[in-house]
Design a protein around this ligand. Structure first.
Ligand code: G3H
Length: 186
């Protein structure tokens, strides 16, 4: 059976040249090249954001595809603000999100439900693939993708832990879905 490997980008938005970033990138590339060595139909999917594209850059030998649908949840007017800043400057928004994180839509941005909806074509394409796929994306998006494959209820999605520097491998076989996790760093 063909695995789907989910992982968060290793580069950070603020420090794209960080040492940790390049360490993780190399680790990920080694892991992917080893894990998918004899797979001729494997592909690497990223979002359209630099931090996932750069994370994928040292991986060679597989086609790469960028999906806008894999971009991080759009925080609209809150993009770039810390949770503290949102709490201080937009307390009503902060409270509404806390009350219903699944449905809350950032002003001029998205909700988790919006993200789940835009992932539909990605999921259809993932299920159609004949070979393994490595998905390098972002926390909110990976929460939704993981929930789909691991069959988690909608209401849990905004709280699922998708740890950094970890590869979640999902195998869909006759006996259902199996999951393995690999850490890129101790
Ligand atoms: O920065 C965006 C995060 O990946 C999503 O986190 O939905 O828990 O705020 P949050």
């Amino acid at each position: 059976p063909r695995p789907i490997l989910l992982t968060r980008h290793g580069e950070s938005r603020d420090n794209v040249r960080g040492e940790l970033g390049s360490f993780i990138k190399k680790k990920l590339a080694n892991f992917v090249e080893k894990r998918l060595k004899s797979e001729r139909t494997a592909s690497i999917w990223t979002s359209t954001l630099q931090r996932t594209i750069l994370t994928a850059s040292p991986i060679v030998g597989f086609p790469k595809i960028q999906w806008r649908a894999l971009d991080e949840i759009n925080a609209g007017v809150c993009d770039g603000m810390t949770y503290e800043e949102i709490k201080r400057n937009m307390p009503d928004e902060y409270e509404s999100r806390k009350k219903d994180k699944l449905r809350y839509r950032y002003p001029r941005g998205e909700s988790y439900l919006d993200v789940i909806q835009r992932l539909e074509p990605v999921i259809i394409e993932l299920e159609r693939q004949r070979g393994p796929v490595v998905v390098i994306s972002h926390q909110a998006v990976l929460r939704a993708l993981y929930a789909y494959f691991a069959d988690k209820p909608l209401k849990e999605i905004p709280y699922i832990e998708v740890p950094l520097h970890t590869i979640i491998e999902i195998q869909m076989g006759v006996a259902g879905v199996q999951e393995k996790r690999y850490k890129l760093m101790d």
